[in-house]
Design a protein around this ligand. Structure first.
Ligand code: SF4
Length: 386
């Protein structure tokens, strides 16, 4: 499927959090004091070892430790995890393997000078911090534990040690206004991290946020305000030197996340840990069970802990359209024709015609991509292209 056969990613899911944020639908469990970190980390390593054949063709590998809240992990075990993952990745590739980007997701309240020293020493070279907002009232409204003061302190500690930082920002928060978003953007652009992920708050099924909205206790941001917020984020970050290289991701030149880009470019990745997803770069997708205890028992007993599916030709084509349109580079029409045939290319351009006319899509140098106007309607546009 992809022309990046030597690239690959390893994702390690740390499915525990100190408490649950009310909007979050990722699989994670609230970490109690007796949580057996050692057993959990050993299980992650054992699964990666078992699946190392999936890494054998990879020569340039990114490692991403995400969650959940990986920064809750005792630092000695984090050091062990990174070193074991490095050993497995290197030995699977029989020789000239390069571990390019090693990202750790952190929450501001776990960032101390002592922890950050160990993360750096363990080989982490990129840190992604979940900030979301610099307004304390907004942070409380979505159940985040940190405040703006803690973010500033954590950023200072990380900045002294890491040359590649990413911050998460959210818009459309309960009670958020264009003015308060603008204040958050003032701080973000002043801090000037290498990378910013900016997401619109989503009301996912079965989250406390959605229940509160349905009970009338939280008011969902109206669509026009959401659009205005997206435009503000886009414009302010562009002026500050960031390029939007994917619907929700902005980077200073040269700091696009290699790991995230791999997902959108159809590069193979191996995900370990409960609920982690994997893709072989061709047709096979698999996902682990979303249950920490059942996951650990299954790996320890050598039993199956995942489901998988083989994508049909139609699903592979749709996947290329969806992932391609998420990126600023868009769909490479020549490669699309090479992979799926002339008929598929004609059909794609036929479907695109009306949206090109309305200014939601653009076609530049054989690349079909969303315009800024189209990004806000991306979900509908992508479905229309199937
Ligand atoms: S810290 Fe992250 S993973 Fe954990 S509940 Fe909050 S948003 Fe979800």
């Amino acid at each position: 499927m992809c022309d990046c056969v030597n690239r690959g990613g390893v994702y390690i899911h740390v499915a525990v959090c100190r408490s649950k944020c009310i909007y979050c639908d990722f699989y994670s469990e609230v970490c109690h004091s007796g949580f057996d970190w050692e057993r959990y980390v050993k299980t992650l390593v054992a699964e990666l070892e078992l699946r190392s054949c999936g890494l054998s063709a990879m020569r340039e590998v990114s490692l991403y430790i995400g969650g959940g809240t990986p920064s809750l992990m005792p630092v000695g075990l984090l050091r062990f995890l990174v070193s074991e993952a490095r050993r497995i990745i290197m030995s699977a590739g029989s020789g000239d393997v390069r571990l390019t980007e090693v990202t750790l997701e952190v929450n501001p309240d776990d960032v101390t000078a002592g922890n950050a020293d160990v993360w750096l020493d363990a080989g982490i070279n990129r840190v992604s911090m979940g900030v979301q907002s610099m307004n304390d009232k907004e942070l409380r409204s979505i159940g985040r534990r940190h405040d703006a003061k803690k973010v500033m302190e954590a950023y200072g500690i990380l900045r002294q040690r890491f040359g590649n930082l990413s911050l998460d920002l959210m818009f459309g928060l309960p009670g958020q206004t264009l003015e308060s978003l603008s204040s958050t953007l003032d701080v973000f652009t002043e801090l000037h991290p290498e990378h910013i992920s900016a997401y619109s708050l989503m009301y996912e099924e079965r989250t406390a946020l959605t229940r509160l909205r349905d009970l009338g206790r939280i008011k969902e941001t109206d669509e026009n305000l959401s659009v205005a917020m997206f435009e503000m984020v886009n414009e302010r970050l562009r002026k500050a030197g960031y390029m939007r290289y994917e619907i929700s991701n902005y980077a200073l030149p040269g700091f696009e996340s290699r790991h995230n880009s791999a997902y959108w470019e159809g590069v193979p990745y191996v995900g370990v840990g409960p609920s982690a997803h994997s893709f072989d770069g061709r047709r096979c997708r698999r996902w682990n069970i979303s249950d920490i205890r059942a996951y650990m028992l299954a790996v320890e007993n050598g039993e199956k802990c995942h489901e998988e599916e083989m994508l049909s030709d139609k699903e592979i084509t749709e996947e290329r359209i969806m992932t391609g349109l998420r990126t600023a580079k868009g769909i490479d029409i020549v490669r699309f024709e090479n992979d799926f045939g002339k008929e598929a290319r004609v059909e794609l351009l036929d479907k695109a015609a009306s949206m090109l006319g309305k200014g939601y899509l653009k076609l530049d140098y054989n690349r079909l991509s969303l315009t800024d106007k189209g990004v806000m309607l991306s979900d509908d546009i992508i479905v229309d292209m199937f």
